[in-house]
Design a protein around this ligand. Structure first.
Ligand code: SAM
Length: 288
């Protein structure tokens, strides 16, 4: 529905009886929270508001923070760790709060359900998402395994659907990541995945796996290795699934899903993250 133009609203106001005029004035200016509502409304009708934003190439929009965070303060770790989310990656991460919320809410859901196992990430780069995983691993008494070359893409993975790509994410290091993420409860596995997988990990259990490696070959290998090790009710997060820039990710997950009878749920964050909760029923996972 279209908002009434300002002149129309003034004319409508002028036609009201005096007592209704006063009620409208006091409702607008003297009600508790009225100033705050006006401030929010100004943002919601500004340059980053719909429908203007949808009808243009504008990359930013205005959105509410989840009530559970902004009003009910149920996620204090988000503000505590927020600097780590954007450290060295501000231009992307600062504007991708839907991704952060989706990751945090779903991790907390899995942990609250006491799904068994450790946490892993394939594709760490500078450690921005890993810093959050490390926090939740420590808070829940679990281990975190971080897999990366810590030197960017391996050229051997730039084949097939990824042949047109070139090496990226080389501007990081293991030391830089260790400084941001911290070493407590964290195992850093450096090298090209899947060749880098330590022998002892093949019989491990995971409750949360975050795959964010951009390319088809490691994503496929990551699904093949981690999905069977995911506990019933465990969470698989795949960044970039609905991102046409990294087409190999959708291909890897679609192919893998055909064999396991699961389907992705897709989030409206910058890169179209997909998630799967591994089916719990057949395997006797604890009821909610
Ligand atoms: C987009 S970055 C990860 C970003 C990080 N998860 C975050 O949210 O801040 C992708 C990472 O995947 C890593 N990667 C890609 N292919 C890999 C492979 N075969 N083995 C290990 N790491 C790989 C790259 O080195 C790069 O650091």
């Amino acid at each position: 529905m279209q908002a009434m133009p300002m002149l129309g609203r003034v004319a409508q106001f002028a036609r009201k009886p005096l007592n209704e005029k006063w009620a409208a004035i006091s409702a607008t200016f003297f009600q508790p929270g009225a100033a705050e509502k006006r401030r929010v409304w100004r943002s919601l009708t500004g340059p980053h508001a719909p429908p203007r934003v949808f009808q243009s190439d504008e990359k930013l929009y205005v959105a509410y923070r989840p009530d559970s965070d902004a009003i009910f303060k149920q996620h204090p770790e988000i503000s505590q760790l927020s600097q780590k989310w954007i450290e060295g990656n501000g231009i992307y991460a600062s504007g991708d709060l839907p991704r952060l919320y989706a990751i945090v809410f779903n991790i907390k859901q899995v942990l609250a359900e006491n799904i068994a196992g450790d946490i892993a990430e394939l594709g760490v780069y500078r450690g921005n998402s890993a810093a959050f995983l490390a926090h939740f691993a420590r808070a829940s008494g679990r281990k975190l395994f971080l897999f990366d070359t810590f030197e960017g893409f391996d050229r051997r993975d730039l084949a097939g659907i990824d042949a047109p790509k070139s090496v990226e994410f080389a501007d990081t290091s293991l030391d830089q990541v260790r400084n941001l993420v911290g070493a407590e409860s964290v195992t850093f596995v450096q090298g090209r995945f899947p060749m880098s997988i330590p022998a002892g990990l093949h019989a491990h259990k995971f409750c949360i796996v975050h795959i964010d490696c951009d390319l088809y070959e490691p994503a496929k290998a990551g699904l093949e290795f981690f999905y069977p090790l995911l506990s019933p009710g465990g969470l698989m997060i795949l960044h970039d699934y609905a991102n046409p820039h990294w087409r190999g990710i959708r291909r890897a997950l679609d192919e893998y899903c055909q064999g396991i009878g699961e389907r992705p749920v897709i989030f409206g964050d910058k890169a179209g993250t997909a998630m799967i909760r591994k089916s719990a029923r057949e395997n006797g996972a604890p009821a909610l």
